[in-house]
Design a protein around this ligand. Structure first.
Ligand SMILES: Cc1cc2nc3c(=O)[nH]c(=O)nc-3n(C[C@H](O)[C@H](O)[C@H](O)COP(=O)(O)OP(=O)(O)OC[C@H]3O[C@@H](n4cnc5c(N)ncnc54)[C@H](O)[C@@H]3O)c2cc1C
Length: 467
């Protein structure tokens, strides 16, 4: 990819834009910016400089320079991504938004918040909850990831069954576009039919179409009552199969999360604790919200009946703090077992999920894969982690992974699914994206990228290549 290296003159101009304390070039200090949460060093790449911006004007000035001298700019939030989206695969500048971390407004009367992109998701949740309000976005990485990163990846997470993904929480964004203009897209409206929906185009574009420098987010009143039930199923298929029954019964759960037994054991080992009824099978965690204690009781009874009829060996009121700690520790528990992991983030229509889980298990047997599985079962989104088999060389293990992917993705697309439910494509899944996406759809995506970023300077080499 023909990009210009960052010359001493360009570096001096970057220092003039952001200030000396906000430009790093020392390889040791830049190392954390050479990767996201993908721990396999094969996917790491050092930038030539890291620039911390404190204002949208500074971000715009960096983009102006990048267009003038033709170097790539990679926006970065907290670096918790799992697709290498924030990795500077062609060098250039990593543009960090971590210093733009202010909550600018929480409007209690009109139920919205205005935030900078570097606000930690959990910090926003806590701030609004202290005012009796609620921000519905809730990725499992919420203690670390940023709102800007959530918007750029259209993060999903636990509450998407009821509240949708991050794109459903956003009224408007301010972005620095790839030619360096600061534009506001979207509006604080319940509806509009006023041209293309460019705010929604930015959401989920993984930093390839704009740098998000501010967001106006939707807030809700904090739910007054909630309950977590833990249903234990001896069979994986029965656990996943009950999801459509729950939805058909008219219950709108906030979360429906699945963990298979080997994953429960892995998390227990990582947390050094014994989880509820962990020897009996696979977990389905169902969270429901309600208007009163009676409403909660009615929902609990109905859920118990549905899960038991579908083969659950027990249905318990969960210890909420512990069960969510366990669910959220999934990624760390896997990391403690192996740094070399293939993390699949596949998604199918919810009614096709039992078929997918069957196929995943059959293929794991066929290709001798060591798997850990958790899923946002209520969304049809399965996280299949394939750990490196210690008996195989890296290359041999990768061959098994590749063969598995070919069969798995062929099935997923037949079932009407897609290759990423929430983590995005980044550079890690780019080849598969190009292989499995309808060519006409891919061509439309490329046309958008070329039109908005004619010099291909904003996060190039992500999602797909632009020839
Ligand atoms: C333990 C763990 C649990 C996770 N759980 C979930 C989960 O439940 N649901 C889920 O969806 N994801 C999950 N993730 C993945 C990840 O946390 C999310 O994708 C998150 O939204 C990334 O935010 P970030 O701030 O870390 O972004 P980064 O990793 O820094 O960047 C991700 C992408 O967004 C772009 N980007 C970041 N900030 C901006 C910006 N301001 N403007 C433009 N582009 C930008 C980057 O270029 C990159 O392409 C998990 C990850 C881990 C490690």
């Amino acid at each position: 990819m023909p990009y210009s290296p960052l010359t001493p003159d360009i570096l001096a101009q970057l220092v003039r834009i952001a200030g000396p304390k906000n430009v790093l070039t020392d390889p040791e200090r830049m190392e954390p910016y050479s990767h996201d949460e993908v721990t396999d060093p094969a996917y790491h790449h050092l930038p030539e400089a890291v620039v911390f911006v404190e204002t949208a004007d500074q971000a715009a000035a960096v983009i102006g320079l990048a267009n003038e001298y033709h170097f790539p700019v990679v926006p970065r939030g907290a670096g918790t991504g799992l697709a290498c989206g924030a990795v500077p695969i062609y060098g250039g500048v990593v543009l960090s938004l971590e210093k733009m971390n202010r909550i600018l407004e929480i409007n209690e009367a009109a139920l919205y918040a205005v935030v900078e992109p570097g606000v930690r998701t959990a910090d926003l949740q806590k701030e609004v909850e202290a005012k009796g309000l609620f921000y519905a976005g809730d990725p499992c990485s919420g203690d670390s990831c940023f709102i800007g990163g959530n918007i750029a990846t259209n993060a999903g997470g636990n509450r998407a069954v009821k509240y949708g993904t991050t794109r459903n929480q956003v009224y408007a964004v301010e972005v620095v576009n790839p030619t360096g203009k600061i534009v506001r897209l979207g509006a604080r409206l319940q509806k509009q039919s006023t041209g293309y929906c460019l705010d929604q185009l930015i959401i989920g574009s993984e930093g390839t179409l704009g740098i998000i420098t501010q967001a106006t987010l939707k807030l809700l009143p904090k739910p007054q009552h909630k309950l977590d039930l833990l249903a234990i199923f001896p069979s994986t298929e029965q656990a996943i199969g009950v999801v459509t029954q729950i939805i058909k019964a008219g219950i709108t759960p906030t979360c429906v999360e699945f963990m298979d037994n080997i994953t429960i054991k892995s998390v227990e080992k990582y947390l050094h604790e014994t989880l509820q009824d962990s020897d009996s099978g696979n977990y389905l965690i169902v969270e429901v919200e309600g208007t009163s204690e009676d409403d909660m009781d009615d929902k609990a009874v109905l859920l118990d009946e549905i899960c038991t009829a579908n083969g659950a060996s027990s249905v318990l009121v969960a210890d909420s703090a512990r069960i969510w700690q366990a669910r959220k520790a999934f990624a760390e528990a896997v990391r403690a077992e192996s740094l070399i992991v293939c993390k699949e983030d596949v998604v199918v229509p919810v009614d096709q999920e039992p078929q997918l889980i069957d196929a995943i298990l059959a293929l794991a047997k066929k290709y001798n894969l060591i798997t850990r599985i958790a899923s946002h079962a209520g969304d049809g989104n399965i996280h299949l982690n394939i750990l490196k088999n210690p008996d195989l060389t890296y290359e041999a293990w990768q061959e098994h992974v590749d063969a598995n992917q070919q069969e798995l993705y062929t099935l997923i697309y037949k079932l009407g699914g897609r290759l990423s439910g929430e983590h995005g494509i980044g550079s890690k899944r780019k080849v598969l994206m190009e292989e499995f996406t309808n060519p006409d759809e891919l061509e439309m995506m490329r046309a958008v990228k070329k039109a908005l970023d004619p010099n291909n300077i904003l996060n190039p080499g992500k999602i797909f290549d632009v020839e």
